[in-house]
Design a protein around this ligand. Structure first.
Ligand code: SF4
Length: 299
């Protein structure tokens, strides 16, 4: 049962026109109606790369309340709310994992014009990039490849070798975190495909929350889903997925930092295997300092 907070929040009248702006259909939401009525119009877009807005306690309380209301809503309902509330100032990052593919299949129905981007580090598997084309063919969604400033060749030359070998935190920071900072400029909210049961870091991910690292609202429509639920949806609806999943890779990132997992291993055990690193830094809740320079030398 949903327990609602008693503190006052700003409520938007139900005849609000925002759904007409988005072009999405607001269905009879019944029990989730209140999420649509909580006014989030004062959440600004990210104004410049790395410039992080600090929300007020009242704003955070409204986000918490929306998240609470949508806690047991379907992914469709959560995404419909996100579109009605933020589109066109809504974006999504995907690495074309199974969760991302499920979300893209839903966006194709609700609002295929949401801008979706992939952090193209230059180290992705060819199968991952081919999946982008299959998604475009099936759903008409062209995922933008967001690249770091330096090509792989330039980056490795600049650092004297592959940074992922000596300082993967630095490599992820330069080739993923910094690129995401750039890509969210101009947007008020972003969608991610993380699930709570993927790792301890993700266990407390809200459905809707404030991303203090990137300075905008973050929506996790599959936070409550299990891996089995994701794959059931993929099978039921014939959603395209990365063929490497059939070759022992449950979680796929860049090729230098991903290996197949063995029977009984955790689904993310193949990521940065042999190191203490478990996350690329995009979804870490706490503020993380910039990683140190590499042993190769300058940054
Ligand atoms: Fe670099 Fe590996 Fe991170 Fe990819 S996953 S950005 S190769 S450290």
């Amino acid at each position: 049962m949903i327990t609602l907070a008693t503190s006052p929040v700003q409520i938007r009248p139900m005849n609000d026109k925002i759904s007409e702006q988005s072009g999405s259909v607001v269905s009879g939401h019944s029990r989730y109606d209140e999420a649509w009525r909580i006014d989030l119009s004062d959440f600004p877009a990210v104004r410049a790369e790395g410039e992080v807005y600090s929300p007020t306690a009242d704003q955070l309380e409204r986000l918490r309340r929306v998240s609470e209301i949508l806690e047991d809503a379907s992914a469709e309902e959560i995404l419909r709310w996100a579109i009605d509330t933020f589109y066109p100032s809504l974006t999504m990052a995907t690495a074309f994992g199974p969760e991302g593919c499920v979300i893209l299949s839903i966006l194709a129905e609700l609002q295929p014009k949401v801008r979706v981007f992939n952090l193209d580090t230059g180290y992705q598997f060819p199968e991952t990039l081919q999946l982008r084309d299959r998604i475009a063919q099936k759903y008409g969604i062209d995922v933008v490849l967001a690249k770091p400033e330096l090509s792989v060749e330039e980056y490795e030359k600049c650092h004297g070798g592959p940074v992922y070998k000596v300082n993967p935190d630095r490599c992820c920071f330069d080739r993923k975190v910094q690129v995401l900072k750039r890509e969210v400029v101009g947007y008020r909210a972003w969608i991610s495909g993380i699930r709570r049961d993927q790792s301890p870091h993700r266990a407390n991910a809200p459905i809707v929350g404030w991303d203090k690292k990137f300075g905008l609202v973050k929506i996790n429509p599959l936070a409550r889903w299990t891996k089995n639920q994701v794959w059931q949806r993929i099978m039921d609806e014939d959603i395209p997925y990365n063929p490497l999943h059939d070759q022992g890779y449950p979680s796929i990132g860049c090729w230098p930092c991903t290996r197949p997992v063995l029977l009984g291993e955790d689904e993310r055990a193949g990521r940065w295997s042999g190191t203490a690193k478990t996350e690329c830094g995009l979804h870490l809740v706490d503020d993380q300092p910039s990683p140190p320079p590499t042993m190769y030398g300058q940054i």
